[in-house]
Design a protein around this ligand. Structure first.
Ligand SMILES: NC(=O)c1ccc[n+]([C@@H]2O[C@H](COP(=O)([O-])OP(=O)(O)OC[C@H]3O[C@@H](n4cnc5c(N)ncnc54)[C@H](OP(=O)(O)O)[C@@H]3O)[C@@H](O)[C@H]2O)c1
Length: 303
């Protein structure tokens, strides 16, 4: 089968599409024929060697942590799945490929309303947003949540979950994404100097919780606007979280993905903006993600 590998750390040019042996589903596993695979900022950091000091990797190294596609092979002892079932989920470091082997326990049925592009892009950002909101205490009716980088992948899902939970949401983005944020149910606000004042105009008493998906200046803004530091979370700035006593948030949750799938099934949740690249244009996909201004998600269209 074809898969993307890197033989060394470096820029997007090190990404190479090549032939590798097809994996086989073992006990408790499924093999999935990948239709789409999401591209996340962590993939670009891994490609660049950002984690090389703390995590050893052997080359050739595979990339990609989320997939969507039909089941192609069912491993021994797996119940509840059959060849042809449409599934999606997370699987670490192998999804930029035509076939992936995944733990059946972590695969979730793809909701019919979700197209393949959205399905391949939802698991990582969806689970991150779901877990992050739980970790900052959940958000409920009557509360206001501030989401930094609300137009990105994590932000797109976090806004919708918070709205489903009944909270009001203020989301930061550049002007070109303000209509997009309104369509998700957030009140948009421009980031940059003066952000604290602009949020206070919208929420004179401050906000109850903040989710930071961009880092940098977002930390000071969250600290100025949220009284309880346990209700501030960041998906990116571990150092700031440790320094100021708020939370580094995120993580995988299969029950969370099942809930997200259910919301998609009922039409309450969507990934409405996805940019797709063919697998052989993976370098272009990485360049877009690294530019840091994707609306929604980037996915690879594999098959
Ligand atoms: N993806 C995941 O599953 C995941 C999991 C764990 C951690 N994380 C981390 O969380 C962060 C966000 O991930 P993501 O996938 O949501 O990223 P992303 O989709 O690539 O984020 C792009 C968004 O960031 C916005 N943005 C850029 N600069 C901004 C600023 N100064 N203030 C506010 N918004 C700004 C852009 O909006 P404009 O175009 O309007 O500027 C764009 O919509 C990354 O650092 C990632 O490593 C992600």
């Amino acid at each position: 089968m074809r898969a993307v590998v890197i033989e060394e750390y470096g820029g997007p040019e090190v990404l190479r599409l090549t032939e590798v042996p097809a994996p086989v589903a073992g006990p408790g596993q499924l093999r999935v024929r990948v239709r789409t695979a999401g591209v996340n900022p962590v993939d670009t950091k891994q490609r660049a060697g950002y984690f090389s000091a703390t995590a050893s990797a052997s080359f050739p190294l595979r990339l990609g942590n989320e997939y969507a596609g039909p089941v192609d092979q069912v491993g021994e002892g797996v119940g509840g799945f059959a060849v042809g079932d449409e599934v999606f989920g997370s699987a670490t470091g192998q999804c930029y490929a035509e076939l992936v082997v995944v733990e059946a326990a972590d695969a979730v049925g793809k909701p019919a309303p979700l197209g393949w592009d959205a399905a391949g892009g939802l698991p990582a950002v969806g689970q991150t947003a779901y877990t992050a909101l739980e970790q900052i205490g959940g958000v409920t009716a009557g509360e206001t949540l501030l989401v930094h980088a609300a137009a990105g992948g994590v932000g797109t899902v976090a806004v919708q979950i918070a709205r489903l939970r009944g909270a009001a949401v203020i989301g930061t983005a550049s002007e070109r994404n303000h209509d997009y944020l309104r369509s998700l149910g957030a009140v948009p606000v421009a980031y940059g100097p003066g952000l604290v004042d602009r949020v206070r105009e919208l929420a004179p008493g401050g906000v109850d919780a903040a989710l930071d998906a961009v880092g940098g200046d977002a930390t000071a803004v969250s600290l100025a606007l949220v009284a309880d530091r346990r209700r501030i979370g960041t998906t990116i700035d571990t150092a700031a979280a440790e320094t100021y006593g708020f939370q580094r948030v995120g993580g995988r949750t299969t029950p969370g993905l099942r809930q997200l799938a259910e919301w998609c099934r009922t039409g309450d949740l969507d990934l409405p903006s996805v940019t797709g690249y063919p697998l052989d244009q993976v370098a272009a996909a990485h360049r877009q993600v690294e530019a840091g201004h994707t609306r929604g998600k980037v996915v690879l269209r594999v098959g």
